[in-house]
Design a protein around this ligand. Sequence first.
Ligand code: HEM
Length: 526
Amino acid sequence: HKYPNPFLYELESQLYDREGYRSRSLFTGMIPDCSSFFFGGGTGRSNAADWIRTAYHDMATHNVTDGSGGLDASIRFEQDRAENAGDGFDNTFAFITGNSNRYFSLADNLAMAAVTAIEACGGPKIAYRGGRMDAAKAGRPGVPEPQQNLTEHIANFARQGFTKEEMIGFIACGHTFGGVQHVAFPDIVPASTEPNNTSGNSPFDTTFTHFDNRIATEYLSSTTTNPLVVGHNVTTRSDFRIFNSDNNVTMSKFADPDVFRMTCAKLFARMIDTVPKGVKLTEIIEPIKVKPVNVGLLWVGAGKISLQGEVRMWNMTPRELTLRWKARDGSNSSRFSVPLVLNTSHVTNPHVPGSPDLRSKWFDLLPVFLNSTQSISKFWFEMKLNNGSTVVEDLNGSGYHLQDAVMLANSSCVRFGEGSSSTVTLNLTFAIRGDIKPRRVYLKADDFDDVQRPNITTIDIVSPTNATTRSVAGYTVWNSAFGFSGRPFTLAINAGNTTYETIYDPSGVVFGGGPFGISVCRDHVV
Ligand code: HEM
């Protein structure tokens, strides 16, 4: 990959920083285990089953012929339809929406929620790509329903892009999780009087918060209690009609757990990659082995720039890790080098299926002070491994490019309204390199639009209208103040054909949460 690539970096973090240091929030829905349900205990339901069903219902309206529908978060506008009975969809978005941001659409988030649930609950690793777009309104209907007949189901899945054999597998893979709730489908399953099952959940198999092939083996041995196979309502026995539609040839193959696992890995990947025509998905998101996080520049004042940040090492702890750099003019010196320090209290657990011991370790890049006239243009890493060998990571020679055209000052701070005022003000100080004549200077703050899709609100910063400026050591230092939403923001400038932008840190922008954390103004009186 090329660096910087904040979109790829964000998706990779969302997928692989699951628990521990700097972890993202999806995995908390699987804690303490896969029976976790955030919307009330004792319901008999699970976040995992909700997330997987929501992704499927969002995708199930896809039409392979005209390319419409697919995983686009349109399910948010489609919940008044009988085909979307139940509140699992609302629950899912209530959980995930706040974690979406400019690089993480609701649809990407929903696809990842399904992947997270499947992988966390004993399932296979699912190939994950990003780049889905969020719909602004409802799409056409078309989710299959249990009272429909076999011919209708075959036609429905063909419209979604699946053969009959794939349909059988896909449903078995989905229905290894969860069950039918009386509250959503009173005609299919009875109410429950058990205090820990208030929604009247009749599970599809005996291990309904865990991925395994029991959905198939219990069906094959006629011990299943799957309400869509043996429920009292014969009309709604859709799993029964579908599972035996090829004389159980497909289901019999699933008696082999490895066959089931491999089949589901492929079909779940197809599910999340089924997107409306015109959407271009990224490559499969693979773990980034050496990942600079928030490695960037801060204006310290008096002609000094501080370089700092962190580096996440994937499944590897070199004996020594050194960061080397080139100055702005491309010159090199043995002095342009700093050792990074392993931070033993910073560990992240990516929960990769089949690799329970795999961990990411973090190294700190403690502040290095550079002369603002000398500065930096790119950096790379040198690792001394435990076997004594030295390995260079420089992205195949291109290095990690670092722009020094615009940077925040470490004196930026946040001020809360005094007394009864609830306004929060961002006191922003930043430096723009003197040789750059920006056409536009602006703040890009993460936001949501009127249909709750993540987007960006921009605020132009213009001197002298809402900013003051002064020249210092080759830079122009700007001072400005804004009402502050607390959402992640970056600062950008347009000059010539280039946009320069500060580092995007969705997890620690405010209140001291990391190298770019902005703290409360020191002179602030509470
Ligand atoms: C003919 C096709 C299908 C029919 C008729 C069908 C029907 C149903 C019904 C009636 C429920 C109960 C929902 C509730 O009470 O909340 C359910 C649950 C579920 N379905 Fe399907 N389904 C089909 C295909 C699929 C597929 C392909 C998947 C793949 C991901 C899937 C995943 C799930 C999951 C995970 C649940 C559990 C939800 C929970 O317990 O909260 N279904 N399905």
